[in-house]
Design a protein around this ligand. Sequence first.
Ligand code: 8YV
Length: 323
Amino acid sequence: IRIVQRMEKVLITGPLIGDSVSRLVNHFRVEYSKNEVMNQTAFSHAVKDAWGIVTMTSLSVDRHIIDSSPQLKVISNLGVGCDNIDVSYAQSKGITVTNTPDVLSESTAEMAMGLLLATSRRIIEGDHMVKAGGFSGWKVDLLLGSELNGKTLGILGCGSIGQAIARIAGDFEMQVQYCNRSRLPDEVETRLHLSAVDFDGLLEKSDFLVITTPLNKESHHLFDLKAFERMKTSAILVNIGRGPVIKEVDLIAALETNLIAAVALDVFEMPPNVAEQLKTRVNVTLTPHLGSATTEARSRMSDLVINAILDVHEGRVPDYVVS
Ligand code: 8YV
């Protein structure tokens, strides 16, 4: 008698870069949404008989989803932020949750610097002006911006991405201060010329402020009207972390009353919806969640999510288990 063992199902909820998925086919029944990220409804159906899933930031893996998937053993999240997943509930059910930190830090830090420069030097405004035929000749005060050199950069959340930003900002000779849940080791502070400040200090002293912090109960709506009131009126704010760290209606009010000078957002409170009042302002730069969007980072992330599935299957501890 031949016993045919049924292979476990792995659900990959959206396209990955490269062909890392091919490493699964000998071990699993693979359901791969190759062309686009599944919507939440399709996901909630497809997850029911899955042993492992590769998830994307736009899909919520809440208690309901976890309860509906009795065979689920591993949630392998493409990305570092796991606010889309009820991690502690998953863990209480014996499910391993993994993510992809570090490999995207340089790309995301470069994006933050790109947005800082684009905003401070009004690059997008210049581009629009030239393309619209509005460039009528050089002028001494045409689209004047502000220099990064010598200014104070505040970083909210100073993990691996924040530290990469600090390192690059050092080459711009910026004074870098950070506000983090816990103080960084002396060695890191010294090497990166970082000074630790509390949230009020970060708001009050920063000329440029970059948000890299994960989204959780403490960081949700941290930037509200009260926070904007404490910031310099010349301040430029960049968010490459998670949208809901900023209370968007308060940001709009702050921009309308010139509480801060400009903002660049790579993430939004209710993605992919973006408030009309943000789209129409010249001092607002908007990008569609591109922080880790380089071939290098996304290829490494795509490899890691597949490694994690195979590791759990073969009884190894994956490289990045979320604790
Ligand atoms: C990803 C991110 O693009 O790592 C994160 O937390 O936001 C991005 O790198 C996103 O998570 C894709 O699922």
